[in-house]
Design a protein around this ligand. Structure first.
Ligand code: MRU
Length: 384
């Protein structure tokens, strides 16, 4: 499905942007450098496989769907210079190794592999470029559909509150920046806002990398959506006082039984939501479902990142410089688990491109039968 650029939701200074695009030279890919945000806005040109792998690893691009899209273009960049089987295998392995948790990475690489594997070498680069472009367009279309289904949930609450402000709590950044456009968790919010519904977002700051404070707050602000950044531990208090109508988060991997892996801290929000009767929704595109795993806690690999991310914090000084400072005593140990798993029983519903469904094996298999048919061999290969 082709989505023309003018359908882009996000505008920066009046110009429509996707988070990733083919550069006009036809030989490289542009991305927004997310490590600069929120204080600077800039883009990067990825011209090689190594550029793409570095962008994912260093989190210049991040968010499960955008990681997948970048990997897809990375494979194309590799095939541009050498379309041999050996280079295809090498590029696949290099890109797969960049980040372990978001399954969209492997999904996109498998899509690329399936598209090019049986093609003559002379055609591989062109075919790869086409599939990478389609993956991006499909992501936009999927997120629009997620938005429409999630919008109905927000509309229902707005009607119940007789037009009173609908308060959504979200964690990390599952927004425009984490996808090609729209976002997953934010698509229903943008649609509600654009429709004139009074919607307000509590954005968890999301230590240690502060994707909520730096990225979600930035993109909501750009679009004019009222929002409040809160320290990560605030959500439970707000829920106890009736200040959150619903939680919508994104996800990096949903298992066959509906367990949800997302940015560290999501599980605690789900527990608080359950204790306070607040609906807890997870927005996801179907490439985020991993039908080869069931028990998310036991089976999903959790990324552990550098302790520096916990030990330090970066920000803008009063005179406009970006500085990084240490926030822990010299010598203290740190732990930096990137993700956690929320068991399916704590999830009110999954907002997918095919509707809002239960977080359960039968509901997932019924909604995505073509994905649910995983052979035992391929499941074993994935686990190996
Ligand atoms: O480590 P990150 O910033 O890549 O983690 C991102 C998240 O956890 C998002 O919530 C998830 O990828 C869903 S993005 C639509």
């Amino acid at each position: 499905m082709k989505i023309p650029l003018f359908h882009c939701l996000m505008k920066i200074d009046g110009k429509a942007w996707r988070t990733i695009w083919l550069e006009s030279d036809g030989a490289s890919v542009g991305v927004i450098d997310q490590t600069l945000l929120p204080h600077r806005f800039g883009s990067l040109r990825l011209a090689t496989l190594e550029d793409a792998a570095h962008a994912i690893r260093s989190m210049q691009v991040r968010g499960a769907p955008l990681i997948g899209a970048t990997a897809a273009y990375g494979l194309w960049l590799a095939l541009r210079t050498d379309a041999s089987d050996e280079n295809l295998e090498r590029a696949y392995a290099v890109l797969l190794d960049t980040r372990p948790t978001a399954i969209n990475l492997k999904w996109a690489l498998d899509e690329m592999l399936a598209a090019v594997r049986n093609r003559p070498r002379t055609e591989r680069a062109a075919v790869a470029l086409q599939r990478a472009t389609d993956i991006c367009d499909e992501d936009v279309a999927i997120n629009q559909a997620i938005g429409r289904h999630g919008l109905a949930l927000i509309e229902e609450i707005a009607a119940r509150k007789k037009g009173g402000r609908v308060n959504v709590l979200t964690h990390c950044n599952a927004g425009w920046l984490a996808t090609v456009d729209w976002g997953t968790a934010t698509a229903p919010i943008y649609m509600a806002h654009d429709k004139g519904i009074a919607v307000h977002v509590f954005a968890d700051e999301t230590r240690p990398r502060n994707q909520g404070a730096a990225l979600t707050a930035w993109e909501l602000g750009r679009h004019g959506v009222p929002h409040t950044v809160i320290p990560d531990n605030t959500g439970g208090h707000l829920m106890q006082h009736g200040m959150v109508d619903l939680v919508i988060v994104g996800t990096d991997r949903v298992t066959a039984q509906g367990d949800v892996c997302n940015k560290i801290g999501t599980y605690l929000k789900a527990l608080a939501a359950r204790d306070n009767g607040v609906p807890f929704y997870v927005a996801l595109p179907s490439p985020t479902i991993d039908f080869t795993v069931s028990d998310g806690v036991a089976e999903i690999p959790i990324e552990q990142r550098s302790g520096d991310e916990v030990a330090t914090i970066s920000g803008k000084t009063a005179d406009g410089r970006i500085e990084t400072v240490q926030v822990i005593p010299d010598g203290s140990a740190v732990a930096n688990y990137g993700f956690d798993v929320t068991p399916a029983r704590l999830v009110t519903g999954l907002i997918t491109e095919r509707g809002v469904i239960a977080a359960s094996r039968p509901a997932l298999a019924q909604a995505f039968p073509e994905r649910a048919e995983v052979s035992p061999e391929s499941a074993a290969k994935v686990r190996a």
